[in-house]
Write a protein of this length. Structure first.
Length: 268
């Protein structure tokens, strides 16, 4: 039998789980895994049946960052452009994303987790912006993510000192959404992913976009974007949600555009 793929995929309804599968290297990412992640993110973006994405690591670690022992041939800048494509592909996913972190998440591995919308960690998780210890500066979006998540001063502390941070401290800094025991984390994340996948896909995508753009827009721009998003929602899942509310039942969200144009204004 051949070797297992470096990226495992599992579907449970609308939830897609991607598991980094290089346990012998603590799931450090080599060229093959970078490409597998990029392709998986792009495929998920164009697959309407994917409603939530979970990122995990094979048992023992979440991700030890880039595999510095397997540097590809060619100019380093070309390599970094390929890494950046993965970061952008993750960032541009419109569906909710969840990182399930058990064990170490360092360097690009931590920023892979921080690039997700939500982070669930076990008490055994440990984190580090380890780049400075390797004579490197931040990558995989760390310079953009950290100041937005923890403020500039804490971002500089984490980046310049490259200290190992416990799961509890990461939660206190706002870098972990939930801290869940190792024996409960799989069930917790499965339930979380199912609830996200059952949500209104277009409305959740619009909400993600609004929050991402809100930090760099004016109040007037944010309100305009909110009005546009609500108009889209009112032609998608909002009518079904209202009917379900009136009927006192749980809504079923499909993300389908329900305006058929029959009420559109006609010229005389």
């Amino acid at each position: 039998m051949g070797e297992e793929p470096v990226l495992l995929t599992h579907r449970d309804g609308g939830a897609l789980t991607l598991t980094l599968n290089r346990p012998h290297r603590r799931n450090a990412i080599d060229g093959e895994l970078w490409e597998a992640l990029r392709a998986a993110f792009v495929d998920a973006r164009h697959d309407a049946s994917v409603r939530a994405v979970v990122l995990a690591g094979a048992p023992g670690a979440f991700c030890a960052g880039a595999d510095l022992g397997s540097q590809p041939d060619g100019h380093p800048l070309v390599t970094m452009h390929r890494v950046n494509e993965v970061a952008l592909a993750l960032h541009e996913l419109s569906v909710p994303t969840v990182a399930k972190v058990d064990g170490v998440a360092v360097g690009a591995g931590w920023n892979l987790a921080l690039g997700c919308d939500l982070v669930v960690a076990t008490p055994q998780a440990r984190f580090s912006q380890i780049f400075a210890r390797r004579g490197l500066s931040l990558d995989f979006g760390g310079s953009w993510l950290l100041p937005r998540l923890v403020g500039m001063q804490q971002a500089k502390r984490l980046a310049l000192l490259a200290e190992m941070v416990s799961a509890e401290e990461a939660r206190d800094l706002g870098l972990v959404t939930w801290l869940v025991g190792a024996d409960e984390v799989d069930a917790f994340v499965d339930d979380l992913a199912a609830r996200l996948a059952a949500g209104p896909p277009i409305a959740l995508a619009e909400t993600k976009a609004l929050l991402e753009s809100g930090s760099s827009s004016t109040m007037r721009e944010a309100l305009t974007a909110e009005a546009r998003a609500q108009t889209i929602n009112r032609g998608t899942d909002a009518p079904a949600a209202l009917r379900a509310f009136v009927d006192r039942v749980e809504p079923e969200f499909t993300g389908t555009w329900v305006v058929d144009g029959t009420n559109a204004r006609r010229d005389p």
